[in-house]
Design a binder for this molecule. Structure first.
Ligand code: AMP
Length: 285
């Protein structure tokens, strides 16, 4: 596995692969890798001849009171894991390389879906994500980029951005990888206390309950959501949002929609967890 700390080695390697007509896949991450990230690498390997993973904790996607400073940084362990699953190149840019003129760039990106759901609670978050992904796309120039459905709104936004900005890159969404008890793998799960960790799987159970209720022909979405939200609060979650949205464009869903996604964000203690579940409404006439 090539470890590239600078863009020259990255660019030279990519160029050499291009000369050999190899298809290049890219998996951007913030490190502290877990089974969810490794599944993205495997997904990329299915579609490509070479796979590049980047590790960079992107400051511009964190709000001023968020966990940028304490976000877990485990570079050596990450590199071992990546080597173990036959990653071809890991790109470890410094902040200076990615933000040569500083964090406050004059070029501002306002992507689609930036002010709904997570965006409404994390102002500027999706601008920061879009900015760093554009930078990474320009530096890596992959054929394919793989993102997790775990961050459903992010994936939806990036698909739209890639299309609207004409990046010649295929975006692939990979399924959510979960612990045995249903909790989606996340680098932030380690912030949970033992007691919170026991309660955490209730988030995914709530999503499956909402889906089951909707599918058992109860099309009163708002009532189901209200009841489920209350149950989450009773369990100790502080719910930011629990909503049913169109799976493609994230518009507010009704019984008329076909493919929908239930999205949730909730705090458990100091830890913010997100999850989602997509399904098809059985509303054929
Ligand atoms: P992060 O390092 O948290 O920025 O995540 C990097 C990529 O991994 C993003 O595309 C995430 O959506 C994806 N990811 C994170 N957790 C999971 C998971 N449990 N299952 C699938 N993909 C995930």
């Amino acid at each position: 596995m090539i470890v590239a700390n600078n863009r020259n080695l990255l660019r030279e390697t990519v160029q050499a692969w291009r000369n050999q007509q190899l298809k290049i896949g890219f998996v951007p991450t913030m490190g502290n890798l877990h089974a969810g990230h490794l599944a993205l690498v495997k997904e990329a390997q299915q579609h490509c001849d070479r796979v590049i993973v980047s590790i960079f904790v992107n400051p511009t996607q964190f709000g001023p009171c968020e966990d940028f400073e304490r976000y877990p940084r485990t570079e050596q362990q990450d590199c071992q894991l990546l080597k173990g699953c036959r990653t071809d190149l890991v790109y470890l840019p410094t902040e200076r390389q990615l933000y040569p003129t500083g964090r406050t760039t004059q070029t501002q990106i306002v992507p689609a879906y930036a002010d709904i759901l997570c965006g409404a609670h994390r102002p500027g978050h999706f601008s920061g994500v879009a900015l760093v992904v554009i930078k990474l796309f320009n530096l890596v120039q992959p054929d394919v980029a793989v993102f997790g459905q775990k961050d459903y709104q992010q994936l939806t936004m990036l698909r739209r951005m890639t299309e609207e900005l004409n990046f010649p890159i295929e975006i692939i969404g990979a399924p959510i990888v979960r612990e045995e008890d249903g909790l989606a793998f996340s680098s932030r799960n380690q912030y949970l206390t033992e007691q919170e960790r026991e309660v955490a799987p209730f988030l995914y159970q709530t999503l499956t309950n909402v889906r089951d209720k909707v599918l058992s022909a109860q099309l009163n979405f708002s009532l189901i959501i209200k009841e489920s939200s209350n149950l989450l609060e009773e369990k100790g979650f502080k719910v930011e949002y629990l909503e049913i949205r169109d799976a493609v464009d994230l518009s507010v869903a009704s019984g008329e929609h076909k493919e929908v996604t239930i999205l949730v964000a909730a705090y458990l203690g100091k830890t913010r967890l997100i999850d989602n579940l997509s399904f098809t409404l059985n509303n054929e006439i």
